[in-house]
Design a protein around this ligand. Structure first.
Ligand code: ZN
Ligand code: ZN
Length: 85
């Protein structure tokens, strides 16, 4: 449920977040069209990194850095590829 007392989470925007997803109506519309740098998929938790998450809240690059030698697929977030028919 939108909370008008919280401002839009788009950087620099101080409008109330009445649009949805924490954005004001204008930025929410832009977000839906994919116009915002923040994508619909989860992004890497590392500050300043906006790559999609591959495992443990990190993108492939930061996952490899923080968990050397581990497979991101081990988290179960990545579906196993279906066998070719
Ligand atoms: Zn906004
Ligand atoms: Zn990253």
């Amino acid at each position: 449920m939108p909370n008008p007392s919280v401002s839009c989470k788009h950087e620099g925007c101080e409008k109330p977040s009445d649009g949805g997803k924490g954005y004001c109506a204008r930025h929410y519309a832009a977000w839906k069209r994919g116009r915002l740098p923040k994508a619909r998929y989860k992004t890497c938790r590392v500050e300043g990194c906006r790559k999609p998450v591959t495992g443990r809240g990190r993108c492939a690059e930061h996952f490899a850095r923080d968990y050397p030698g581990k497979q991101a697929a081990a988290t179960g977030e990545t579906p196993t590829p279906a066998p070719a028919t």
